[in-house]
Design a protein around this ligand. Sequence first.
Ligand SMILES: Cc1cc2nc3c(=O)[nH]c(=O)nc-3n(C[C@H](O)[C@H](O)[C@H](O)COP(=O)(O)O)c2cc1C
Length: 449
Amino acid sequence: MNLQAFIEAVTERGWLFNVDKPVSSVLELAAVAYALDGKPVLFNKVVGRKGEAGQTYDFRVLTGLAADRRHFALALGCAPDQILFRLAEAFRQPQPAPVVGEGPCQEVVERPGDLEALPFLKHWPDDAGPYATAAIVLVRDPDTGLNASFHRLLRLDAHRLAARLVERRGTDSAWRKVQGDLPVAICIGLPLHVLLAASMAPAPGVSELDIAHALQPTPLVPCLTSDLLVPAEAEFVLEGHLTHTLAAEGPFVDLTETIDIERQQPVIAIDCITHRRDAIYHALLPGQLEHKFLMGMPKEPTIYAAVNEVATCLNAHITPGGASWLHAVVQIDKQQPDDGARAIAAAFRGHGSLKHVVVVDKDIDLFNPAEVEWAIATRFQAGRGLHVFPNQPSSSLDPSATHTPGQKSRSDKMGLDATIPWDTPTGPSHPDHFQRVPLPRIDPGPYLS
Ligand SMILES: Cc1cc2nc3c(=O)[nH]c(=O)nc-3n(C[C@H](O)[C@H](O)[C@H](O)COP(=O)(O)O)c2cc1C
């Protein structure tokens, strides 16, 4: 389901908001999208091109594409509570994406192209400048092949970008391996299933685009200036080189809604831009629902898979309260006394940036924070169920972690085993003591005059 088809589908369902009033790409559009967070919004007249208030961009801007679990269900053709299992299956069995001769993403070709003709948004006053926030960067690692991942991109001028490369991830590793410039392709305006796949971290050698094709058909076309392959259904493709020249990137308000620091980051030089004739530019609001869903949701199947190696995992949820990145709840069907402890350690293996995890039993709704807290209150004892792992590799986005330039950030990690404690090898001697005894739910209607 490309962007055009997505817009049709949400229009049919009455979910789409259209904004026909001219809106500036400098702070204003982000503010309107913020006010409508969670909704798909199509901005039909965006101004501020080349920094001139009156100058209109040629392209409409869509926000909110990934801001609701229902949108993902629509894109994957499944029910919202089945998304994790579709992702887990695609992650387990990627399908080689077919290469086709041509695609709508190359209907218009511009060399070298002008980045200032694209509606990069300035989101927050303290941000370093206009950023692309829903861009997927494709590189070919000399050892492990094609890699696709999100990178925030600061527009420096009409032909150059500065990219935030988190250390030791796919793009950063490939960049560090090559002496000269690394060919790169940047896709903006991608189908939701491709965005989901690109925010997963499969084993080296597995292409995120093959995971995407296992989710929904994902035909690829060759780039015009390199041997890279890009999704044919992209709205825009920026072709160029990831150089070893560094430039200041940041500050930028990122996932945790806190200001991420300025760093020296690599410059990407663009020498060709292709796009659909009526291309739509996708912009996601950093730190808000789209960012949170796209960061957290792809990690649920990897936690689910890792915990299933050591216990019976029923479900996994990256919680919004933990910035959809740092906190998770794992639901297990407990078979052994120490299944909770094993599930905790496995959850941290399933998601490297995870900071805190709570393990609950199958009778606890892991999507309901009040129920999870109730399990902690009635089933957890710190002396028995608290597991602390000091000074672990962690997320660069956690302001409380230890950050050393050029090195992986480090943080203490903690797990709470909030499952019913087993005081016998085969189970709790009094499981009923831990059960919530609900009063019968009656209809109060007859009692209300
Ligand atoms: C909306 C969004 C923005 C992201 N921004 C960045 C970023 O600026 N830099 C970065 O290194 N990772 C960023 N990520 C995370 C990577 O894309 C993600 O961790 C990916 O799985 C890395 O995979 P890889 O190791 O296979 O490259 C972002 C993810 C999302 C969903």
